[in-house]
Design a protein around this ligand. Structure first.
Ligand code: ADP
Ligand code: MG
Ligand code: MG
Length: 503
C-alpha cells in the first residue's frame, strides 16, 4: 500500500482546489470595520505572535526608510540560535552607527528592539494599508468552517469516540489528520467535558513537540479536530514492529529529548499531560516526534496539585496509583517509563507478553525495583532510575528546576537543546515515505452511530463551544507555509490598495 496521495490537478499542482483563489478572496476593507473596532490592539499578539501579523508588520517596516534595519536586526536575533551571539553583537555594532537612535539607548537585545517598535512604529502601522490587509486576512481566518473545507483521504487510526482520517484543506493543499468524534458516542459515554477539555487545551498550545490544533468544527454527526499530520506511525510500532524490540541509543536520546521539550512546554502552561506512553508519541515524515492525544491532560492552578487515578496503569506513577495528590512529577515518571521501554524493548514493570493483574501491576509500581539489562548504558540507566524514583520529591525533574534538570543529565550531553527547540537538529531515523507504519487500519470496522441516543437542543450549547473554526496561529502558519500568503498578498501599483479588483 502506498502512502503517496494522488492530488487532483488544478490549483497549481500543490493539491489546492482550482477554486482556491475564490476561497481565499479578501473582503472589501469596508467590511472589516467591526473587526477593526473589536480586535485587541496588542503589539505582542499582532506583530510578534501571529505569523501573518508579523509578516505584514515587517512589510510595513520595510516600507519606511527609518525602520528598514530594525527588522533585519530582529531577524538576526531570532534566526539561527547558533548565530544568536553574532546577531547580538551585530545589533550592538549597527545601532551605534544609526544617528536617529541615541548612542546610550542600550539597544542590544530582543526586548529593547521590540520596545522601540511597539511605540511610534506600531501606532503608525495601524493606520497603514498593511494593517488593513491584516484585517482582511483575519476576516478569512474567521470564516466558519464546515466539512466542505476539506478533502478526506484514508483512515489513519481509531480512538475511543471515533476515527482519525487524513485530510487536506482544499484552499491551501495542506495535509492534516482529522480526529472525528461521533456525537452519539460522546453523549452516551458522557464524554463532552473530556472532548471540550482536549480541544481547549490544544488550541492554547504552540510547540513543535506537541500535535497542534488547526481547526475545530462540527458536522451533523461528528465533532472534528484537525491536527498536525503525523504519518510516521507511533513509537509503540517503532519499538516492537521494526525488527528486534527496542531502539538504538541515538534514537532513544533524540526522542527522549524531544518529549522532554514537549513536556516542558506543557508544564510552562501549567498543563499536566498524564498519558505518556509509546503509542501517544507520533512521528512525522522527517522523523521528529510530537506528543499527541491530550484527552487526559489537565490545567492546574498555579503550583496546584490534582488527585485522580487516570492514565494507563503500566505507566502511572506511584503517587497516582496510591490516590495521593500529584503535580508535574507524574509526567517525569512517564518519561522514565518511556525511556526504559524504548531501550529495553518491554515496559519497565512488565515482561514481554506478560499480562499481570491490575493489583500486581500496582504492587510492582509502588514497591519493586525495575531491572536493567545489558541494553542499558551507564548514562541511560542512571537517567531511568532517577526518573523512576518512587518518591516524587526526590525524582529528577521535581527538585525545583523542572525539566532543565533533566536536560542537564549526562545522557543528554551531546544534545544541543536550543538547536533542537529551533528545529535545526536532524532526526537519526527518517521514515520511509513508501511505508505505512501501523497495523492495517483498513481492517478497522466503520464507526456507526449508537442506537437509542438522540441529540437535542441541550447538546447544542456544548457543540457551539467546540465549533470555533480556525485556530489563528495554526491557520496563519498554514497560509504562509503553503505559499498562499506570497501569492495573494499583493498590493496594487504604487502602494494603491487595489490588488486584482478585490478591494
Ligand atoms: P483517542 O483519544 O480516542 O485514543 P487518539 O488521539 O489517540 O484518539 O487517536 C487515535 C489513533 O489515530 C492514534 O492511535 C493514531 O493511530 C491516530 N492518530 C491520532 N492523531 C494522529 C495524527 N495527528 N496524525 C496521524 N495519526 C493520528
Ligand atoms: Mg489514544
Ligand atoms: Mg484520548
Amino acid at each position: 500500500m502506498s502512502r503517496v496521495f494522488v492530488f487532483a490537478a488544478g490549483g497549481g499542482g500543490k493539491g489546492r482546489s482550482w477554486k482556491w483563489r475564490d476561497m481565499l478572496r479578501f473582503a472589501h476593507i469596508s467590511q472589516c470595520a467591526d473587526l477593526a473596532a473589536s480586535i485587541e490592539r496588542d503589539y505582542d499578539s499582532l506583530c510578534v505572535k501571529q505569523p501573518i501579523g508579523r509578516e505584514l508588520f515587517k512589510l510595513f517596516c520595510q516600507s519606511r526608510q527609518d525602520l528598514q534595519n530594525f527588522m533585519s536586526l530582529l531577524d538576526a536575533l531570532v534566526g539561527d540560535p547558533q548565530h544568536h551571539e553574532v546577531g547580538r553583537r551585530a545589533v550592538g555594532f549597527r545601532l551605534q552607527h544609526r544617528p536617529e537612535i541615541p548612542h546610550d539607548s542600550g539597544l542590544t537585545s530582543h526586548s529593547d528592539l521590540h520596545q522601540c517598535l511597539s511605540g511610534e512604529p506600531f501606532t503608525q502601522y495601524q493606520y497603514s494599508m498593511f494593517f488593513d490587509r491584516f484585517l482582511q486576512w483575519k476576516m478569512l481566518e474567521r470564516q466558519p468552517i464546515t466539512k466542505q473545507a476539506f478533502r478526506q483521504y484514508r483512515l489513519l487510526g481509531k480512538g475511543g469516540f471515533g476515527e482519525v482520517w487524513a485530510c487536506q484543506v482544499r484552499a491551501t493543499g495542506m495535509m492534516y489528520a482529522c480526529k472525528k468524534l461521533e456525537k452519539t458516542h460522546v453523549k452516551k459515554r458522557r464524554g463532552e467535558a473530556m472532548a471540550l477539555n482536549e480541544k481547549q487545551i490544544l488550541e492554547g498550545l504552540d510547540s513543535r513537540f506537541v500535535v497542534n490544533l488547526a481547526y475545530a468544527y462540527e458536522t451533523k454527526h461528528f465533532l472534528c479536530m484537525v491536527l498536525t499530520m503525523m504519518s510516521g506511525g507511533d513509537l509503540k510500532f517503532h519499538i516492537y514492529n521494526m525488527g528486534e524490540a527496542g531502539l538504538q541509543e541515538e534514537r532513544v536520546r533524540f526522542y527522549a529529548a524531544e518529549v522532554c521539550c514537549g513536556l516542558m512546554h506543557l508544564h510552562r502552561k501549567s498543563i499536566l499531560y498524564r498519558d505518556l506512553k509509546p503509542e501517544n508519541i507520533l512521528l512525522d515524515d522527517n522523523g521528529h516526534i510530537r506528543i499527541s492525544d491530550l484527552g487526559l491532560a489537565v490545567k492546574l492552578s498555579e503550583g496546584g496539585l490534582v488527585r485522580g487515578r487516570v492514565g494507563t496503569l503500566g505507566y502511572m506513577a506511584p503517587e497516582v496509583v496510591s490516590h495521593e495528590r500529584y503535580g508535574m512529577s507524574a509526567d517525569w515518571w512517564g518519561l522514565g517509563c518511556l525511556v526504559y521501554e524504548m531501550t529495553a524493548g518491554h515496559p519497565a514493570f512488565r515482561a514481554r507478553g506478560e499480562r499481570p493483574k491490575a493489583a500486581e501491576m500496582e504492587r510492582r509500581i509502588q514497591t519493586e525495583q525495575e531491572e536493567y539489562g545489558d541494553k542499558f548504558s551507564k548514562a541511560v540507566k542512571d537517567l531511568c532510575s532517577s526518573l523512576l524514583n518512587k518518591d516524587p520529591k526526590e525524582r529528577l525533574g521535581c527538585r525545583g528546576y523542572g525539566g532543565k534538570e533533566i536536560q542537564c543529565h549526562s545522557f543528554f550531553k551531546k544534545v544541543n537543546f536550543r538547536m533542537l527547540e529551533a528545529g535545526l537538529v536532524e532526526a537519526p531515523f527518517k521514515p520511509d515515505p513508501r511505508l505505512v507504519y501501523c497495523s492495517d487500519v483498513q481492517d478497522i470496522e466503520e464507526f456507526s452511530a449508537v442506537k437509542g441516543v438522540s441529540l437535542d437542543q441541550s447538546d447544542d450549547n456544548f457543540y457551539s463551544k467546540f465549533n470555533t473554526g480556525s485556530v489563528p496561529i495554526s491557520w496563519q502558519k498554514e497560509i504562509i507555509e503553503t505559499g498562499c500568503f506570497k501569492e495573494l498578498n499583493t498590493f496594487g501599483p504604487e502602494g494603491s490598495r487595489s490588488p486584482d479588483l478585490d478591494w
